[in-house]
Design a protein around this ligand. Structure first.
Ligand SMILES: NC(=O)c1ccc[n+]([C@@H]2O[C@H](COP(=O)([O-])OP(=O)(O)OC[C@H]3O[C@@H](n4cnc5c(N)ncnc54)[C@H](O)[C@@H]3O)[C@@H](O)[C@H]2O)c1
Length: 327
């Protein structure tokens, strides 16, 4: 199958391209930026803006399915320029859906986020039918709007979609400002790790190669018009993140910073539906995933992506920003 991967040069998208190749599909990257992981001689690449209708139509033409990941995905960028986030995440998603309905597209797989469960009044574990609260964050609002457009386009025009709500991805090629890369960078420099308050706040991480396999599994016939959580099954606290990284990298000191202001509450999320319908479940325990990330850093030493990881400030305020940046 020829699969267009919007955002295919990014963190998650580049792993999706790898997984598509492994599964015998033909990926096509559609991104602003040339991928540093897949040169155009290896993977066909269309450079351009998803919100530009003509370019999007050209990219979609001749493809069988679309995995739509292009977005303003860093909340710091969303907060800095909400109009750009809306143009890409909402309008850009609509352009892709509209191009799909005019093309011969059998599926649009949409990359959403578990942050849509923020402040959900549903009972835990939260499944895909849990009631959703109106989003407190503009990023979440744009991602939820994309989900709603997927559903409306299917209902009005028939192009099947699959909505995938990702947990917090980590692993090779991660953004340096995310919490795992920044803690690893500090530990490698022998600096203390600062955690806000008691560090008991938890996240459901998902190792990025597992996540990418789940995204490709979303193309399965059984996934048509479904919503699936792609989450790790462990709840990892900030304290456990720090302890894991101290175990894997170096036993640097742990410093407790002031309690952080309450952020969006997300309960425990179930991945049972993805296992039942898509045959996907996470394979990599957090400890192993961190080891693989550290191994990857060692083998890519000197690459621009790895290099920037060492410049991150690990203060409590920064960790707060980093965590909230991982939507
Ligand atoms: N990283 C996370 O923590 C996380 C969690 C849940 C969901 N998601 C979602 O997963 C998807 C991928 O996220 P990521 O972490 O790989 O982000 P990323 O920033 O690494 O990748 C996004 C890619 O999209 C491209 N892009 C952005 N705007 C574009 C535009 N207008 N036209 C063409 N290309 C454009 C960027 O160049 C980049 O390569 C996003 O939809 C994001 O909302 C991410």
């Amino acid at each position: 199958m020829k699969v267009l991967v919007t955002g295919g040069s990014g963190f998650i998208g580049s792993h999706v391209v790898d997984q598509l190749l492994v599964a015998g599909h033909e990926p096509v990257i559609f991104d602003f930026a040339q991928s540093v992981h897949h040169p155009p001689t290896e993977v066909k690449t269309i450079l351009g803006d998803i919100a530009d209708r003509d370019t999007a139509w050209r990219a979609v033409h001749g493809c069988d399915a679309i995995i739509h990941l292009a977005a303003v995905a860093d909340v710091s960028d969303v907060v800095a320029d909400p109009l750009r986030a809306d143009r890409t995440n909402v309008h850009g998603t609509q352009i892709i859906l509209d191009a799909a309905r005019h093309g011969d597209i059998s599926r649009v797989v949409y990359g959403s986020t578990v942050w849509v469960y923020g402040d959900s009044p549903g009972e835990q574990p939260l499944d895909e039918g849990a009631p959703l609260a109106l989003p407190a964050h503009f990023y979440t609002a744009t991602k939820l709007a994309g989900e709603m457009y997927c559903r409306s386009y299917t209902s009005l025009y028939g192009t099947p979609h699959t909505i995938l709500r990702f947990g917090i991805p980590y692993g090779p090629r991660a953004r340096p400002a995310a919490v795992v890369p920044s803690f690893v960078a500090r530990a490698q420099e022998g600096k203390a790790l600062t955690i806000a308050g008691d560090g008991r706040q938890t996240r459901q991480f998902v190792y990025v190669e597992d996540l990418a396999a789940g995204i490709v599994a979303g193309l399965a016939a059984t996934g048509a018009n479904g919503i699936y959580n792609l989450v790790g099954d462990e709840q990892t606290s900030v304290r456990q993140i720090a302890d894991t990284i101290r175990e894997v990298v170096k036993q640097v000191p742990l410093v407790h910073g002031p309690e952080r202001p309450a952020d969006v509450h997300i309960g425990y999320i179930s991945g049972a539906r993805a296992k039942a319908d898509l045959g996907w479940e996470p394979q990599t325990p957090f400890l192993d995933g961190v080891r693989r990330y550290v191994d990857w850093l060692a083998t890519t030493n000197g690459s621009p992506l790895a290099d920037t990881a060492s410049s991150i400030d690990g203060s409590a305020a920064t960790v707060l920003r980093q965590e909230s940046a991982e939507l």
